[in-house]
Design a protein around this ligand. Structure first.
Ligand SMILES: Cc1ncc(COP(=O)(O)O)c(C=O)c1O
Length: 407
C-alpha cells in the first residue's frame, strides 16, 4: 500500500491536470487517460520546432518532421513487437475496427458465413460487425459471459467453428474489467481458419502485448487511453493480409501512380493512410509509450491490481452495493457497480460535488447492460498510475453518504 501511494504521489507530479484542478480525484481512466507533461511537451516541441507535412517535402524542416514521425511508428511497432509497415495510423480504436469492417470481405473465404464476438464488446466492436453481417449476409454469434463475469470458454468452443470467418473480441471488458484469455481465443479462432481481431483498447497500457507471440491477425487500440493524445489510433495487421486488402480511404499519400481513369496503391502502411495524418498525434503517442515503458507495464498492472483489490474490499463494505467485476486477479483496474436503486447518473453527479470524476451509464455496452438486467447502466471507476488508496477512501466515504441521503 505504501509503495503504491509513494509511486502515485511521485508520478502525479508529471500530470499538469492536477496542478490546475487541485482537488480532482480522477477515476475515469478507462474513458480517457490524463497526459503527462512529457507527452504534452513532445507535441508542443513538434509544433514549435519541427512542424511540416511529412512524405512530401524536400527541405530540412520536412525531413526533421519525417524523422520524428517515422521514429514514432518504430516505437509503436517495437512496443507490440511488429514491424513498422504493419502499423496503420487511424483516429482511434473505433476507426481501426471500422477500417476492417470496410475492407475484410475481400479476404474471407466464401464458405464461411459467421462472425463471432463476445457479450462484453464495446459498441465499437459490435456495430461495425452488425453492418458487415447485413451487407455480406452473414450471421453474428455472441459468446456468453458466466455469472462470475468471466467469458464462458465452453460456449466459445461451441460458437467458434469452421463457419467462423471473423472472431473479434475485447482483451479487457471496459465495463467488467475482466481480462479475457486472449491467447486461447486466438488459438481457437485460428484452429478453425478464422481471421482473429483483438480490441486491445483497455489492455494496451497495462498488459504486455506481443503480436508475434499472440499470433492474432489484427489488433486495435487508441492513444488517448494510454496517456497519449486524442485523435490517434493504431491498427496492427499481419503484412500478408493487409497486402491483400483494398484501401479504406482514397486520395493523397496512398497512391503509387494516378491516371485520369485509374490509380495504383502504394506500399504498406501508407496504402491505408490517405491524406495528411495526425503527425503530432503519432509523435505524442511515441512519447507516451516511452513513458509507460519507463515505469514498466508489469509495475503498472501491479499498481492497478492493488488499487482494485482495495477498492473491491471497501465497496463490498457498503450495504446494497452490487458489483460487476470478477475479482482483482481476473481483472484490470476497472470496477462497475450500482448503489441500491440509485441511478448511476445521480451517483456520478453527487460524486462530482466532491471532486470525484467517474463514468456513469451504459458505457457504450448497451447489450451487456441488458444482459446484466441493468438498463440504466452502472457507475464505473477506473484507475491509473496516479491514483491512491486515500482517493478510494474518499470515494467510498462519499458513496456511503450518498446512500444514506438517497436510499
Ligand atoms: C474496449 C473498448 N473498445 C473500443 C473503445 C473505443 O475507443 P475509442 O473511443 O478510442 O475509439 C473503447 C472505449 O472506451 C473501449 O473501452
Amino acid at each position: 500500500m505504501r509503495m503504491n501511494n509513494k509511486i502515485a504521489k511521485k508520478l502525479k507530479k508529471d500530470f499538469p491536470i492536477f496542478k490546475n484542478n487541485k482537488n480532482l480525484i480522477y477515476l475515469d481512466n478507462a474513458a480517457t487517460s490524463q497526459r503527462p507533461k512529457q507527452v504534452i511537451k513532445a507535441i508542443i516541441d513538434f509544433y514549435e520546432k519541427d512542424n511540416a507535412n511529412v512524405e512530401r517535402g524536400f527541405y530540412t524542416l520536412a525531413e526533421r518532421a519525417m524523422i520524428k514521425y517515422n521514429n514514432a511508428r518504430e516505437i509503436i511497432a517495437s512496443f507490440i513487437n511488429s514491424s513498422p509497415e504493419e502499423i496503420i495510423f487511424t483516429k482511434n480504436t473505433t476507426e481501426s475496427l471500422n477500417l476492417l469492417s470496410y475492407t475484410l470481405s475481400s479476404v474471407i473465404s466464401k464458405e464461411k458465413d459467421e462472425i463471432v464476438l463476445t457479450e462484453m464488446e464495446h459498441h465499437s466492436n459490435l456495430v461495425p460487425w452488425q453492418q458487415f453481417a447485413k451487407k455480406n449476409k452473414m450471421k453474428l454469434k455472441i459468446i456468453k459471459i458466466k455469472e462470475d463475469f468471466t467469458l464462458d470458454m465452453k460456449d466459445a468452443e461451441q460458437k467458434i467453428t469452421n463457419k467462423t470467418a471473423i472472431l473479434s473480441f475485447t482483451s479487457v471488458s471496459n465495463v467488467l474489467g475482466t481480462i479475457n484469455p486472449i491467447k486461447k481465443l486466438v488459438e481457437l479462432g485460428k484452429s478453425h481458419g478464422a481471421i482473429t481481431i483483438v480490441d486491445a483498447a483497455q489492455s494496451i497500457s497495462s498488459i504486455k502485448t506481443d503480436v508475434k507471440k499472440l499470433d492474432c491477425d489484427f489488433l486495435a487500440f487508441s492513444s488517448h487511453k494510454m496517456l497519449g493524445p486524442t485523435g490517434m489510433g493504431i491498427l496492427y495487421g499481419k503484412k500478408e493480409i493487409l497486402e491483400k486488402m483494398p484501401p479504406f480511404n482514397f486520395g493523397g499519400g496512398m497512391i503509387k501512380k494516378v491516371k485520369w481513369g485509374s490509380a495504383e496503391w502504394t506500399e504498406l502502411p501508407e496504402k491505408f493512410e490517405a491524406g495528411t495524418q495526425n503527425i503530432a498525434g503519432a509523435i505524442g503517442l511515441g512519447e507516451a509509450i516511452r513513458y509507460l515503458e519507463k515505469i514498466g507495464l508489469k509495475n503498472i498492472a501491479d499498481l492497478e491490481r492493488n488499487l482494485t483489490t482495495y477498492a473491491l474490499k471497501k465497496l463490498r463494505e457498503i450495504p446494497e452495493m452490487n458489483i460487476y467485476n470478477p475479482g482483482s486477479e481476473k481483472s484490470t483496474g476497472i470496477i462497475s457497480f450500482n448503489l441500491g436503486k440509485i441511478h448511476p447518473h445521480d451517483v456520478s453527479s453527487l460524486l462530482n460535488e466532491k471532486g470525484i470524476a467517474v463514468r456513469a451509464g451504459h458505457c457504450c455496452a448497451m447489450p451487456l447492460m441488458k444482459k446484466l438486467g441493468i438498463p440504466q447502466g452502472v457507475t464505473r471507476i477506473s484507475f491509473s498510475i496516479f491514483n491512491t488508496f486515500e482517493e478510494i477512501d474518499k470515494l467510498t466515504d462519499a458513496l456511503k453518504k450518498i446512500r444514506n441521503k438517497l436510499e
